[in-house]
Design a protein around this ligand. Structure first.
Ligand SMILES: [Zn+2]
Length: 580
């Protein structure tokens, strides 16, 4: 797959990389007006690649290449080609070590991708395609490597030197400079690489995992802001505990660092073991921050931490799969917020967000699928659809298979794919295999854009004492998708009495009332019918109402539902008789 800046990239054109890079060793010397990056890459031909003799083609962007060596032999300038986008070396062996020396200019980096400077030092951002601004690389998420990074910088100006993973060595070197080496033992894609070299203050804490390991936690902030850092560090510990208890997922490193910087333009970034935030998303103290600020910080810190598994340990095969990590992680963040605060409030906030931002996006010229079919710049797809609707799609799977099966599905997903770059299809397949629920049609949620509409009409038959709902699904055309196949949609049906309480529910074919609600599948072109035994015709409910859906005066209540976990409630006037 060629990742172009302006040319259109298509999902259907995906091919596996011609080469893999299992090991990366970086030596980054930071100076007042430039940086020198020495990269040693272990490169192997990918046995699964289509072209067995393909040249090595590495991505580059705004860096000056100073030297290239292959297996300790200098590659002369006439043996490789270099343009604005690629370094290409033909006739390479099947396995070799490649050393490149590049010069970059963090001080002039106005894109804030790659390594750039802020008032307190050097920071980095690589998602989605910033690593190629640090060193020539196969800068695509399905090339996963183990990284070792050594940073060198002036001790006075940059006393803190951080990279991904665990600190394994550090020391002094002449002229007031010092160095630190970090090793990340887990394979990761290049977009998760990060460095920080800055003058920062730190708050330290520890977290003991359920298996008994003690993990050092540190939160680095700009000088003078340490008093605003306590809450975020506490939130990190809560998130770590919640992920252990809810999904059995432990923090895997011995050190986990958070950094807040005023000039970080991505909001927050889940770099492995080195999460970086814009200060406004993580700093708070009681006399200047609102309750909403605190809950937002709690969720933001938790979200980035949850990526440690959903996004970092298992990552995206290509950028079309962005919702694989974002949809699943936003859903996990919403579950966490529901457990920490109020599930109804969290749900209402999400539905308001969908209605205010995602529904209009899905109904306008920018409508796109959760897994887009093409893009010109992937940065355009960090959208409400990929994040918020992507999380709703995961929520629908959760509704369809139920919590115990969802957890089994997550376990199976990690069992199959830990350390790999995969697709949204792989996630859905794990859920299907773990639950036994057929999700073949469900995958359309990833490929079809637009907000589906349910038209629901009702009929009460006094003679047979049945109450019948007819549900018809449709979805308006969206750009490039004039017609749609039916979505596999979970529909939760329940009855409410006049007193507002849940009533026993007896659906057609059931011998007796059981429970108070049932999840039904709505996923065919023809209408879906749901019948319930009900002596009296239900009356109009209070609460959130859709329009009257039939010629009768009896509307169906649609509880806040977003696009997925549609709940239909029926209220009856007598509130007493459900079954005949
Ligand atoms: Zn995220």
């Amino acid at each position: 797959m060629s990742i172009a800046t302006n040319a259109t990239v298509y999902l259907k054109d995906y091919t596996v990389p011609d080469f893999l890079i299992p090991e990366v060793e970086l030596d980054i010397a930071l100076f007042a007006d430039h940086a020198i990056v020495r990269a040693r890459l272990v490169v192997e031909r990918n046995a699964a690649a289509a072209e067995p003799a393909a040249p090595l083609q590495l991505d580059v962007d705004e860096l000056t290449l100073e030297a290239v060596a292959l297996d300790d032999t200098t590659v002369s300038r006439d043996r490789y080609s270099l343009d604005e986008r690629h370094l290409t070396i033909p006739n390479v062996p099947n396995r070799f070590e490649l050393v490149t020396i590049s010069r970059v200019y963090p001080q002039k980096n106005s894109k804030l991708m790659g390594i750039y400077t802020s008032s307190t030092g050097f920071f980095s951002l690589c998602e989605a395609e910033g690593f190629r601004r640090i060193t020539p690389f196969l800068d695509r998420p399905d090339v996963m490597a183990r990284y070792t990074a050594t940073l060198h910088a002036d001790r006075e100006r940059c006393p803190v030197l951080l990279a991904n993973g665990n600190l394994i060595a550090q020391g002094e070197e002449g002229e007031g400079r010092h160095w630190a080496t970090w090793r990340d033992p887990f394979p990761k894609p290049s977009y998760l690489f990060a460095v920080v070299a800055a003058r920062l203050e730190q708050r330290a804490d520890t977290f003991v995992t359920r298996s008994g390991r003690t993990v050092a936690l540190r939160f680095f902030v700009e000088p003078g802001k340490l008093d605003q850092s306590a809450f975020a560090l506490g939130a990190l510990k809560k998130a770590m505990k919640w992920d252990e208890e809810t999904y059995g997922l432990e923090v895997d490193l011995d050190q986990f660092n958070l950094v807040a910087v005023g000039d970080f333009n991505a909001g927050a970034m889940e770099n492995k073991g080195l999460n970086i935030f814009n200060t406004k998303l993580v700093l708070a103290q009681p006399d200047i921050s609102t309750d909403f600020d605190f809950s937002f910080i709690d969720r933001t810190v938790a979200h980035e931490y949850f990526h440690n598994w959903t996004g970092n340990r298992v990552t995206c095969r290509d950028w079309f799969q962005l919702s694989l990590k974002e949809g699943l992680t936003v859903f996990r963040e919403e579950q966490y917020a529901g457990d920490m605060y109020s599930r109804p409030v969290v749900r209402i906030q999400k539905v308001r967000q969908l209605r205010s931002f995602q529904f209009p996006e899905d109904a306008g010229p920018m409508a796109h699928a959760v897994r887009p079919l093409s893009y010109q710049q992937i940065s355009n797809f960090y959208s409400n659809t990929v994040y918020a609707k992507g999380a709703e799609v995961v929520r629908m799977i959760h509704t369809l298979v139920g919590q115990p099966n969802f957890r089994k599905g997550v376990d199976l997903y990690f069992q199959r794919h830990d350390g790999h770059a995969v697709t949204t299809d792989d996630l859905v397949q794990a859920m299907q295999d773990a639950s036994g629920v057929d999700l073949t049609q469900f995958k359309l949620w990833y490929d079809q854009s637009g907000t589906p509409r349910l038209d629901i009409s009702d009929r009460h038959d006094a003679g047979s004492q049945t109450y019948e709902l007819t549900v018809t699904q449709s979805c308006p055309p969206t750009p490039g998708q004039p017609t749609k196949c039916p979505f596999h949609l979970p529909l939760t049906i329940g009855l409410l009495g006049a007193d507002g309480r849940d009533m026993p529910l007896q659906l057609e074919g059931e011998p007796a009332p059981q429970g108070t609600s049932r999840v039904r599948r709505c996923g065919k072109r023809r209408p879906y019918f749901a019948s319930s035994m009900c002596r009296r015709r239900p009356s109009p409910p209070s609460g959130e109402i859709s329009r009257p859906l039939s010629s009768s005066t009896t509307p169906i209540a649609m509880t806040p539902c977003g696009i997925c976990s549609v709940s239909t409630a029926i209220r009856s006037t007598d509130g007493t008789r459900v079954s005949a």
